[in-house]
Design a protein around this ligand. Structure first.
Ligand code: ZN
Ligand code: ZN
Ligand code: FE
Length: 757
């Protein structure tokens, strides 16, 4: 022997549990011919191998290089140990160590090998809950750490002999796959319709495909909650579902049979295709190429597209003739997606007439995630299944900080060391059901991640319910409470993701957010550090006549912008838009502004998009969140670099722009307005950033806020800014909308705590 053989410990942290990591280590050890052991601990995975130091180094390298696809290896630490000797290589029982924790895997779409097992594996022929160490449910079935079967909702299912033997056989693909199951021992589906109950997956998929073909709907329990399904090619079916769900115009997500069919209907770049096919299987917002039933997308030129991710989806597409089905959240309007079987029977049976459940509990609710790609940037619109609870790794220590998030599209965030664990998409906390979801999820995250709060942080808005939760938590535990301005938090979310410190230029184009002057902000040009900010400039304020009514009715914002730019004597009825509004209503809204009643001030960029969309009569009354901006973006036609004039004197004045837009409308030249308007906003961003750079020398720009879900605006802004030498950063791991606020709050609070300010 030319080298000394001794014990080496390799300690791995990151997302290394529930992703087939121990079997991977086992196979690697066998290929090296080493003895030793691997053990899951609550703080990571510990490997001991008996070998010489050179081999140990190579082994550690291979762990990094060859880790399973869904694993995220954050650190690999090699050291000597006294452990050993061993007679073989073993996987030892999990050990629970102190307060530090390791990561929990998001849910993973069924893998190709399992799909082929559906035809060949005796015991799992057509078994709709097939899984292995590389795939299957994770976050949605876990109750506590470590990730072992007893701590999941698989606990009540006792493994049959064959499953138990595969679970215990190190060379098997299902070795230590916690949700392992088969036709003899695992969960099963039940279909209920018209007072009858059907079990047996082949009968169930048969009935579903019959219903889809007949234009009927089905409510079906998916990984993280119930979905409603109908044939996406059948207009009567889609319109009927829309009506029964009382979902006016909001586009439905669509699941396509496979990637080839999807590309017949949508335009997908290589990057988008990779994301669609990834184990995360999100919904992607893609440009439509060929029409589905018109009611699917309600006149938008995009489709929310996804591919099958559960075995039952694949099995269903073998039976149905349609290339695509609508698959939308099963919920009551604005309430969280339903996860409980009795609640589904109560509320979804009347909508769908048929409910397909399975007898495994969903522990953690998770909607489908929604993603968009623009200029190589991943824009997360809704971060949930397949992404949560993967943490954002930070530079700063956030231990013990609870960040409550915002109000709409809420998420919260907890700090564990240098990791930020953001909750799944909770939704708009304005009804009891969403509030309960929020508090339940906080309790779950607290126990799952062994979180002990030492500081709470929330938005400055005095009426956000998330703020109330933070105040109550602070009161209960005697914690300090920090508030962070909404757009400061947006900016810091980008800094945190990109590891930026020092000062940067923050450009936040947003809907609403409470400002330090008591007005509603949302077109913010800031000079930002993680702990503080200065407001450099913003768009001119306009009134919101009727407050929330002005958000719901974009025509009011059109009226307000013209009123603000051209005064009360402007001849509003010279525009067709206002001639089509009830005369009395129009007069009362004008009077509201004349007298300054119930007309709070806003400079939110979202309201500006509303206003222009209304002027073009693309959306005068909004039936879902962001409808007007989405229609305006969707209306961008042929490409142009043209933009409207504007001026910067202290604030950004838009009077010249509105004047020019009215000119285009008067000339019946509507078609170029959407592109010219978007270009104008991008040109304003460029002009203000240049001005800030001249004043401060800063050249790093962070872009955030819900308006940057608009891929045209994001691409244009990125292009213009980088052409002028700015370094531009965006959100890629958390949403630019209010779903990302909690991350910014967390990091701002951490930085203020560090600086003792
Ligand atoms: Zn698998
Ligand atoms: Zn079994
Ligand atoms: Fe916001």
């Amino acid at each position: 022997m030319n080298a000394i053989e001794k014990g080496y410990e390799i300690f791995i942290t990151g997302l290394v549990q529930g992703v087939g990591f121990r079997p991977f280590i086992y196979r690697l050890a066998l290929s090296y011919g080493l003895t030793g052991e691997v053990v899951n601990r609550s703080d990571g995975v510990r490997v001991v191998i008996m070998c010489d130091s050179e081999t140990a180094g190579r082994f550690a390298d291979d762990i990094r290089k060859q880790a399973p696809p869904a694993a995220v290896v954050r650190s690999v630490v090699l050291s000597e140990t006294d452990a050993g000797p061993y007679t073989g290589f073993t996987i030892s029982p999990s050990r629970n160590i102190d307060e530090t924790i390791t990561e929990v895997s998001p849910d993973i779409a069924v893998c190709a090998e399992c799909l082929s097992d559906l035809d060949t594996d005796q015991g799992r022929i057509d078994y709709p809950f097939i899984n292995c160490t590389d795939c299957g449910p994770r976050f949605t079935i876990i109750r506590s750490l470590p990730y072992d079967r007893v701590n999941t909702s698989m606990a009540p299912f006792e493994m049959c002999q064959r499953c138990a033997s595969q679970y215990g056989t190190m060379s098997d693909r299902r070795f230590h796959a916690q949700p392992v199951a088969c036709n003899n021992c695992g969960p099963v589906y039940t279909l209920r319709a018209g007072g009858t109950e059907v079990t047996g997956i082949s009968d169930i998929t048969g009935i579903i495909s019959g219903r889809l073909a007949a234009g009927e709907s089905v409510a079906i329990k998916s990984v993280g909650g119930y979905n409603l399904m109908c044939d996406a090619m059948n207009e009567d079916a889609v319109a009927g579902l829309r009506k029964r769900k009382q979902r006016d115009m909001k586009p439905f997500a669509v699941m396509f049979r496979d990637i080839d069919v999807l590309k017949e209907y949508c335009i997908a770049t290589e990057e988008e295709e990779t994301l669609l096919l990834s184990w995360r299987r999100p919904i992607l917002i893609l440009r439509q190429k060929k029409a589905l039933a018109p009611s699917v997308s309600s006149g938008l030129n995009t489709i929310g597209a996804m591919l099958p991710h559960m075995p039952v989806h694949h099995m269903l597409f073998r039976k149905v003739s349609t290339p695509a089905v609508v698959l939308t959240s099963g919920n009551l309007s604005d309430e969280p997606i339903i996860i409980s079987d009795p609640v589904a029977l109560l509320h979804l049976m009347p909508v769908a007439g048929c409910v397909v459940s399975y007898n495994r509990e969903i522990c953690n609710r998770a909607d489908d995630s929604v993603v968009r790609v623009a200029a190589g940037n991943t824009i997360l619109i809704r971060r949930s299944r397949g992404y949560v609870p993967q943490p954002v790794v930070l530079r700063s220590d956030t231990e013990g900080i609870f960040a409550a998030g915002a109000e709409q599209k809420n998420t919260f965030c907890i700090g564990k060391g240098k990791a930020a664990y953001m909750s799944q998409y909770i939704g708009d906390i304005k009804n009891v059901a969403t509030w309960d979801f929020y508090t339940e999820t906080y309790n779950l995250f607290s126990s799952l991640f062994r979180f002990n709060p030492s500081l709470a942080v929330c938005d400055m808005h005095p009426e956000y319910l998330s703020g109330r939760f933070a105040r109550e938590l602070a009161g209960e535990y005697g914690l300090p409470l920090v508030t962070v301005q909404h757009h400061h938090a947006h900016a810091v979310s980008v800094m945190a993701e990109n590891g930026l410190d020092g000062k940067v230029i923050g450009v936040i184009m947003d809907g609403t957010g409470f400002g330090t002057d008591g007005h509603t902000w949302g077109s913010e040009f800031l000079v930002v550090s993680s702990s503080d900010f200065e407001r450099y400039t913003h768009f001119d304020y306009f009134m919101m006549p009727g407050a929330d009514a002005a958000v719901a009715e974009p025509w009011r914002m059109a009226l307000s912008c013209l009123y603000g730019c051209f005064g009360s004597s402007y001849d509003f009825t010279s525009l067709r838009l206002f001639r089509e509004i009830d005369g009395k209503k129009l007069a009362s809204v004008i009077e509201m502004m004349d007298r300054g009643i119930n007309s709070p001030l806003t400079c939110g960029a979202g309201r500006l998009f509303d206003s222009v969309a209304a002027l073009l009569q693309l959306c005068t009354n909004s039936s879902f969140d962001s409808e007007a901006p989405m229609r305006l973006e969707s209306a961008i036609g042929s490409s142009t670099m043209d933009y409207y004039p504007f001026s910067l004197n202290g604030t950004v004045s838009l009077t010249e722009m509105f004047d020019a837009i009215l000119g285009d409308i008067a000339r019946k030249d509507h078609s170029m307005v959407p592109a010219r308007f978007h270009n104008t906003v991008a040109q304003i961003i460029l002009a203000v950033c240049i001005s800030i750079r001249n004043d401060t020398g800063l050249d790093r720009v962070v872009l955030s806020g819900g308006v940057f879900q608009n891929s045209y605006l994001l691409e244009k802004s990125l292009y213009l800014l980088s052409m002028k030498g700015f370094r531009v950063y965006t959100n890629n791991q958390v949403p630019p909308n209010d779903g990302g606020i909690s991350l910014g709050q967390l990091v701002t609070a951490a930085e203020r705590r560090r600086l003792c300010v």
